[in-house]
Design a protein around this ligand. Sequence first.
Ligand code: SF4
Length: 392
Amino acid sequence: MNPDLRRHLPSFRREAHAAPIGLYLHVPFCLDRCTYCSFATTRDRGLQPDTIRRLVQEVKDWGAELGRPPVDTLYLGGGTPSLLSAAELTDLSVAVRDAFDLAPLVEATLEANPGTVDAGWLGLARDLGWDRVSLGVQALDDALLARLGRIHGAAQALESLDLARAAGFARRSADLMVGIPGQSLSKVVEDARTLAATGLEHLSIYLLDLDKACPLRADIDAGRLHLPSEDDVADAFEALQDELPRLGLQPYEISNYARPGGESIHNTRYWERRPYLGLGPSAASHLGSCRWTESSVIQAWAEGRGELELQELDGAESLSEIPLLGLRLHRGIHWGALCEQAERMNLRPLCDAWETRLRGLAAEGLVQWEGDRVRLSSRGMLLSNGILQMFV
Ligand code: SF4
């Protein structure tokens, strides 16, 4: 364990035994790089055996250091976890079961990419205890998928959802992207309808994010491709806000819709600011008053010499995170409880200043107060990036 983290080990242990934590494992490999991707992943599969061996060891070491703490949500993300071999998936799953107490487990999600799953792999995952699958669909249009550099077509994406159901994954989620060059509003809505018709219980809607350097950004900067206008993108999000509830998928977070009871329990813990441990290159953790991110340099991480980014949160930072994350949820947050907590921390003026600004936004229809709860309105959700800046 990194010496900076070891200093905090007693408080990590306390927190990890006060209530079940979440465990996130990161698999940083992909068959090919999508044109819009800036995640710390690689297609150099030669690094995979050592990286997964190290990940298995990290699971064992952290489980032992924390005293086999209880875990209620598991998430195997990436990258493309469905590139794990059967032996790697088995080793990792068994290591988690041995090193952590899974008695309170309520959800075990793995991410998969269409084009990398078959019935055998999904059946094995199900047998190993994974009970929810999240598929990176992004769009159901072959031309748009090719533009994004995805390795699959639309038919393969739908087939993967069917394969997952046939393998026993009653809980299935898909990602859909908005703002792709050449994507029409009617096509976004049509794709959402097609996905809902597969019976999936959860849909994540993401805006194509090209903040960092990537091939698609270069094509746009060079004028070879054009992003839809901001108005068109806003219209697409509004159309989905209207359409998805009609399809049985209710919004519960800025980017996420689910059938009743189908919300992602693991991801909700991030917005509720509940503790989690993340293992793997670039994985993030939040335990006690610490947040840290592991090295994104995959080979360095696999060799145990990656640099860690550690942040020790002070009282004001911890308090700010409650509305910053909690207002992403449609149910919002309990403002009275936040103010009481601020009072105990001698930070009441900070809370009062936020309230003044939120009351102003309520007058503009961006925020809603319901008794002692506060939440963003539908329009506030569309403008959330700007609104939530007040807590940063
Ligand atoms: S599959 Fe996901 S992580 Fe891999 S390159 Fe594409 S967007 Fe990035």
